[in-house]
Design a protein around this ligand. Structure first.
Ligand code: 5GP
Length: 179
């Protein structure tokens, strides 16, 4: 375990197993689609989850990435800035938005609205982690890996000041890291 990690909340094995289950669920729900679905991952935190999940989906998918910023350190801030938009049009496409964690819900709410405004056929949300106790916007993910308590977590894509994204598990940092 990394020396700055106090405890592991979700292990690599648990994440892999859950991605297999979620992949099957997505296969089942979209199996009659005529066109590939589009998985849209939000950079940078969702990259490891996207990579693990997409391998477990057997129906045809395409992928794209968006970069939006809404988070500074450990506190969520209001507005969402688009740093990178989709490469192509999403008109008429069924999208699954891939998010690392849903906290206040502002990010997924705003991005979902944006994609629907661009005439996506449908937008569902999949999140590796969900902190329902922190929600300020009335939105929930359609698929959730793990529900967690109100704790700041790192690993499997999630950072603290850009560090710890490479940890293969989700964990909680020791207090001394914040000093
Ligand atoms: P929301 O818009 O739902 O408040 O925030 C979602 C974003 O906030 C996530 O994509 C993530 O970047 C960041 N975030 C929320 N909770 C945590 C957390 O516990 N740890 C880390 N590293 N980022 C978090």
């Amino acid at each position: 375990m990394h020396p700055m990690i106090k405890k592991v909340l979700v292990s690599e094995e648990q994440i892999v197993q859950r991605c297999k289950e979620l992949g099957k669920q997505i296969d089942e729900e979209y199996k009659d689609n005529e066109c590939p679905i589009l998985l849209v991952a939000l950079l940078k935190g969702s990259v490891p989850f996207m990579a693990e999940l997409m391998k477990r989906i057997t129906i045809d998918v395409q992928i794209d990435f968006m970069d939006v910023s809404s988070y500074d350190g450990t506190e969520s801030i209001g507005d969402i800035k688009i740093n990178k938009d989709l490469d192509g049009s999403c008109k008429g496409i069924d999208i699954i938005l891939v998010e690392d964690i849903v906290d206040t819900g502002r990010t997924i709410h705003t991005v979902k609205e944006m994609l629907l405004n661009k005439k996506a056929n449908s937008v569902k949300i999949i999140a590796l982690l969900d902190k329902p106790s922190r929600r300020v916007v009335d939105i929930s993910a359609d698929y959730v890996g793990f529900e967690i308590e109100n704790e700041f977590v790192v690993g499997f894509g999630l950072d603290y000041d850009q560090n710890y994204r490479n940890l293969p598990y989700v964990g909680v940092l020791k207090e001394e890291c914040y000093k």
